[in-house]
Design a binder for this molecule. Structure first.
Ligand code: XMP
Length: 510
């Protein structure tokens, strides 16, 4: 199914909901010519919402031939209004805007099959459809919007003024399923197993018998990408794991045991801890730390790549959200994108390292990556790992990174993680970690005065890291964490809790 993006804030969400119904979907810009849409052979099309009015100058439109394709089409919010406008109905600013939860009275129709006649739906609109397109019948209305849904079964046009994709529309997912399964005849076949099969085929077709390199970071994306490629190519793949010594306690060992030990993936484990410490000596500025870690990473990786000889392909864990951000699937359909994104760990490889990219996750959203990881047998700990920054603990130690301070932070962080997992809260938190500030304070232990570091507990909830709230951790959990950290780590005599949301604070301290 193709979701034509008309600028709405929920366009990506529509694509994700459709995939949750196990039907493959892609997001495409509204300017996409009809030939390009047809080339994707869609079973169904959704026209998304959008902030414009159909009468506004420059309001987003679709190629009108979209309505002659004979492909079942569902217009949502602005998409519905655009349909009405293009197909001979009417759209007006009636003065009856609706925002938020709204009662819907259903009169019938394929979208609402099997559902109650009274529904709660989520609305967000100023304009309304005041006349359905010729041949369409009105299938639902709300108190201020008599035409809240219409259907023209014969021509395959469906419109809803509300947003079935948001959770506040209680039966929204059922409505989408009705459209997908019953109207468009799409089967729920987009499963993790099917994704794996398809990607294995596609990686084999792309790479043939060439050799492939993958940088493992310990994160879920590179882990799943590596396992997928390994499934396709077995020993043609070599993974390089650069241990920069800035990971959490036991994470390096887990990577080596899981990949080298359990999955028998050819693995080069580079123990570069001292090199990184050397590069970080005397550096206090956060951006300079980031730069040095990134640069050293590339140097080490490059050295290993040269050592391995003739390797032309590089695996990268690019996700579908990155693809959408950089302009969609577009022409680079075969998975060979031109650029390596700079935020990625191997970003900024020198030009003369002329790799072609293998991107087996470029069709997947993050939650799908995790499901594929589970299906491939990746340990739960790796599949559900919270996001972790590339420069690792280096940006959670304020000021200079030394071996001693790394050890202190790593131990404190391990206690924090341990207790959060034990309390069953790990997956509810976007991130939870310890921070080591560059100050010391006075304490008393036994009869002795101490002068030692504090540890800051940072735990946040978030959907996408753009905004975040500090997590309300239970007091008894905080007490356990605090007393364990102070009792077990001699260099620490105080534990503090960070109560800042983002904005104005950031999630990380550096
Ligand atoms: P902030 O601290 O800006 O972080 O609220 C937002 C998200 O980005 C992660 N982060 C990084 N990830 N390299 C990374 O790979 C970095 O330098 C970096 N800095 C922040 C952070 O952990 C959070 O998830």
């Amino acid at each position: 199914m193709l979701v034509v993006d008309l600028g709405g804030q929920y366009s990506q969400l529509i694509a994700r909901r459709v995939r949750e119904a196990r039907v493959y979907s892609e997001l495409v810009p509204h300017e996409t010519p009809v030939e390009a849409l047809l080339a994707r052979r869609p079973r169904a099309i959704v026209l998304s919402g959008g902030p414009a009015s159909v009468y506004a100058d420059g309001a987003p439109r679709v190629d009108t031939r979209v309505f002659q394709l004979g492909v079942p089409t569902l217009g949502i919010c602005y998409g519905m209004q655009l349909m009405a406008h293009e197909l001979g109905g009417a759209v007006e600013r009636t003065g009856a805007s609706e925002f938020g939860r709204t009662d819907l009275q259903v009169e019938g129709g394929a979208l609402f099959a099997g559902l109650q006649l009274e529904q709660t739906v989520w609305m967000s609109h100023r304009d309304s459809v005041t006349a359905a397109p010729a041949g369409a019948r009105v299938t639902a209305g709300s108190p201020s919007t008599p035409i809240a849904a219409f259907e023209d079964e014969g021509r395959g046009f469906y419109g809803v003024q509300f947003h079935p994709e948001v959770v506040h529309t209680a039966s929204g997912q059922e409505m989408l399923k009705n459209f997908l399964y019953n109207v468009a005849g799409a089967a729920p076949t987009w499963t993790p197993a099917a994704v794996i099969e398809e990607q294995v085929e596609s990686v084999r077709a792309q790479v043939g018998s060439a050799r492939v390199l993958c940088a493992l970071s310990g994160g879920v994306d590179s882990a799943v990408a590596a396992l997928l490629v390994h499934k396709a190519l077995r020993d043609q793949l070599t993974c390089v794991f650069v241990d920069h010594g800035l990971l959490r306690k036991d994470e390096a060992r887990q990577v080596v045991e899981t990949f080298g030990g359990h999955f028998h993936v050819p693995l080069v484990h580079v123990e570069a801890q001292q090199r990184f410490l050397e590069r970080l000596r005397g550096v206090g500025d956060p951006e300079e730390k980031r730069r040095r870690v990134g640069e050293e990473f590339i140097r080490v990786f490059e050295e290993e790549a040269r050592r391995l000889g003739d390797v032309r392909y590089l695996v990268q864990g690019t996700l579908y959200s990155d693809v959408i951000e950089s302009g969609g699937l577009g022409g680079a359909q075969d998975g060979v994108a031109a650029t390596i994104k700079s935020h990625h760990n191997v970003g900024g490889l020198p030009d003369e390292m002329d790799f072609q990219l293998v991107e087996p996750l470029r069709l997947l959203f993050k939650d799908e990556v995790r499901r594929v990881g589970e299906e491939l047998g990746l340990p739960e700990r790796m599949v559900w790992r919270q996001p972790f920054p590339g420069p690792g603990l280096a940006i959670r130690i304020i000021g200079e990174v030394t071996e001693e301070r790394l050890k202190t932070l790593r131990e404190a962080d391990a206690i924090l993680q341990d207790e959060i997992r034990r309390a069953g809260l790990y997956r509810d938190l976007w991130q939870s970690f310890a921070v080591l500030p560059a100050i010391r304070s006075v304490g008393v232990q036994g009869d002795e005065r101490t002068y030692a570091y504090p540890i800051v507990i940072r735990a946040v909830t978030s959907d996408d890291a753009m905004t975040a709230d500090w997590a309300r951790l239970p007091y008894d959990l905080l007490e356990t964490i605090s007393s364990r950290i102070i009792n077990e780590i001699p260099a620490v005599n105080r534990v503090c809790l960070d109560l800042s949301s983002k904005p104005p604070a950031t999630i990380e301290w550096e």
